[in-house]
Ligand binder design. Structure first.
Ligand code: COI
Length: 326
């Protein structure tokens, strides 16, 4: 069995070796994403492993099939970079990853706490020996209401983590989870939006969730609301976020992902001219924390991303299906 892995970082290499040995497969690694330029590299492989910068459009999928590559596994949980409908139509089998939700959930809690305690400003001051307190008075999580949109694996884990802080937790999802009812109260989206001091998104990016957070929703929120996003940037309309911060309706933003981050995230752009004015503008506010799409980035997750990706292609080839098939 031959696998070509795209977008491989150095820190993934030892895991590719470990699981290629375990599953007895021949594996080739490249830093490049899968795109029209790199597509010919996939000739002769059974499957490809990708991350989020490899956009599996219908055209790319057709070309993979034409090259007899029948399997693809993304090492990510999210799969908005893959045209699933077309893959099903042409019989290209696709799987995503099921690495543990704990890392993203912990990052979410970190962004909530950093936002509530004005930690970006405190950090700036520390750099220049300014140890003053003025303007840094925070709010305590135990006295606040947190709204969690999406109670899949990550949302559930965030709720369980938050429970220990003693805050009130509201949740909203199409599918209610009985166990989560021990920790949170399910409400409709409107009630969550109007009643929460902190709102955190844990929903996939779909046509129906694109710009879930927009001007209209922000206007209905409590004054000084804290918004957190460790899911996908396009769930929040960046123009609405900018307006919300400028107008002081939004008290703080903690974003691990942001609309328009493609081409920026995971890249060192220090010497480049960055043309995305909106991201540059938003990130300079004292109450806006941006992290570089790194909520997932822990030792546990990275190993599991690689393991799951190889296992998926192995199972597709050997058994015809796999548990993480999408
Ligand atoms: C995901 O797993 O969905 C992520 O966002 C991880 C990242 C490497 C794209």
């Amino acid at each position: 069995m031959k696998i070509l892995a795209f977008e491989v970082r150095e820190d993934e290499e030892l895991y590719f070796k470990k699981y290629a040995d375990k599953y007895n497969c021949e594996i080739t690694l490249t830093e490049a994403p899968l795109n029209f330029e790199t597509l010919p590299m996939a000739n002769g492989y059974d499957g490809v492993s990708i991350l989020g910068k490899s956009h599996l459009t219908a055209d790319i999928e057709d070309n993979l099939k034409a090259s007899k590559v029948n399997f693809c596994s993304t090492r990510t949980v999210g799969f908005n970079h893959i045209d699933i409908e077309h893959a099903h139509k042409i019989g290209l089998k696709v799987a995503n990853s099921n690495y543990p939700p704990t890392g993203v959930a912990e990052h979410t809690v970190m962004l909530i706490l950093m936002s509530l305690r004005n930690y970006k400003q405190a950090m700036w001051r520390g750099q220049v020996n300014d140890y003053s307190l003025s303007g840094l008075k925070g709010r305590e999580l135990n006295s606040l209401t947190v709204g969690i949109i999406g109670t899949g694996k990550i949302g559930q884990c965030v709720i369980k983590n938050l429970f220990g802080f003693g805050c009130k937790i509201l949740a909203c999802d199409k599918y209610e989870n009985d166990e989560i009812k021990k920790y949170a109260t399910y409400t409709d989206l409107d009630t969550l939006i109007t009643s929460s001091d902190i709102i955190s998104l844990h929903t996939p990016l779909l046509e129906s969730t694109y710009h879930l957070i927009n001007d209209e929703k922000i206007n209905k929120m409590k004054d000084n609301v804290v918004l957190i996003n460790c899911a996908r940037g396009e769930l929040m309309d960046i123009n609405a976020l900018i307006y919300g911060v400028e107008s002081k309706k939004i008290g703080a933003l903690g974003l691990d992902v942001i609309e328009g981050e493609d081409g920026l995230y995971h890249e060192d752009k220090r010497s480049d001219i960055i043309s995305n004015q909106k991201i540059a503008y938003l990130r300079q506010f004292p109450n806006v924390i941006l992290t570089q799409h790194m909520a997932f980035y822990t030792d546990t997750a990275v190993e599991n991303m690689v393991k799951c990706s190889i296992e998926a292609i192995h199972d597709f080839v050997k058994k015809g299906d796999c548990p993480t098939s999408i």
